[in-house]
Design a protein around this ligand. Structure first.
Ligand code: UDP
Ligand code: MG
Length: 331
């Protein structure tokens, strides 16, 4: 390798989180490669194998043998998409970084538009989908409600219909790396750093092969993470509900006293008593639950465990993040 070649700076880092994506790798690689070759910039394709149980890692290593622009990070287990993205971004060295899904739902053909905006001087160019194909109305409705709620109760503005697919400039990436929280809601973190941002629009396709790893329970937890990471409004919510109920109960008590004085001794109000007790019990459990959500997150933050553990990293020569000592090999 010529010295000049080694000095050549990488312009674009594509970061691809992969969990059981064996069925998509070939198609993804050929489509992405065609697009990047068209743009004609130097690049690295960082594939993060997030504890796949299929042939994802083998396929990636085979790909790496054919194309040295492919770099592979392999986790010790499944850490989740947010951790995979974090690792890919930590290891990236490009002047701009684009996280992209392996299932071709984020069409690589959008990349030139993202880069064009970056060249105009934007630091974060997010890709907003015009349509969602292959998703039920229920999923679209829940997503829509989530964005509305999140934007109302948090002090960051999360753009609607925007996933993790976006371009992030090196300065913004360096800022992002300083956010070391364990409960990672990447869409919120991307927004939190600020910088000059803009959107480009694209058409979201349905999954190429395999099926989504997200069920509604995971999405629900993801939504709670998103809101509690950026807002303490739910805590205040608990306070206000508690106050409101206490006020109602107080007025009801006065009503009963006055009623007894005016109309004499009524039939002992067993049903109303029980319903009030149960209602208050429910409110108390709810508020304790809200507190629990935050305490659970505080607990996972104070443990300061690493966000991910890399078992193997192939193709990187720089120092590795996070104090782990993965096997680094160069194929
Ligand atoms: N993914 C991951 N770890 C996980 C789940 C998903 O790295 O635990 C990756 C997955 O391989 C894909 C991307 O995250 O590249 C998006 O996942 P998916 O298509 O399942 O989500 P959806 O498109 O339904 O939001
Ligand atoms: Mg998908």
């Amino acid at each position: 390798m010529l010295e000049a070649d080694r000095e050549k700076k990488i312009v674009l880092s594509l970061v691809v989180p992969m969990h059981n994506e064996a069925g998509n790798i070939t198609a993804f690689y050929s489509r992405a490669k065609k697009v990047i070759d068209g743009v004609g910039v130097s690049y690295e394709l960082i594939c993060v194998n997030d504890g796949s149980t299929d042939d994802t890692l083998e396929l990636l290593l085979a790909l790496r043998k054919r194309d040295p622009n492919v770099k592979v990070i392999s986790f010790a287990r499944n850490f989740g998409k947010e951790a995979a993205l974090t690792a890919g971004i930590d290891f990236s060295s490009g002047a701009c970084v684009i996280p992209i899904d392996a299932d071709l739902q984020d069409p690589p053909e959008t990349i030139p538009a993202l880069i064009a905006k970056w060249r105009e001087g934007y630091d974060i160019v997010y890709a907003t989908r015009r349509s969602r194909e292959g998703e039920s109305w229920f999923k679209r409705w829940t997503a829509h409600s989530f964005y509305r709620l999140a934007n109302r109760v948090t002090n960051i503005e999360i753009p609607k219909d925007t996933g993790d697919f976006r371009l992030i400039s090196r300065p913004a990436v360096e800022s992002l790396k300083r956010l070391q929280e364990r409960n990672r809601f990447m869409k919120g973190l991307f927004q939190w750093v600020g910088y000059k941002q803009t959107a480009v629009f694209y058409h979201r396709e349905s999954r190429n092969a395999g099926k989504t790893a997200w069920n509604y329970w995971k999405l629900w937890n993801f939504a709670i993470d998103g809101i509690t990471s950026f807002s303490s409004v739910p805590l205040q919510f608990a306070t206000y509900i508690g106050l409101f109920i206490a006020l109602l109960a107080f007025m009801y008590a006065i009503f009963i006293i006055v009623d007894t004085l005016v109309r004499g001794n009524p039939v002992p109000g067993y049903p109303s008593l029980l319903s009030v007790v149960l209602f208050l019990g429910g409110v108390q459990l709810f508020t304790i639950g809200v507190l629990g959500e935050y305490i659970g997150r505080i607990y996972s933050e104070v443990k300061r465990r690493p966000i991910y553990i890399v078992r193997e990293a192939v193709g990187f020569d720089g120092p590795l993040e996070q104090g782990t000592s993965p096997t680094v090999r160069d194929l």
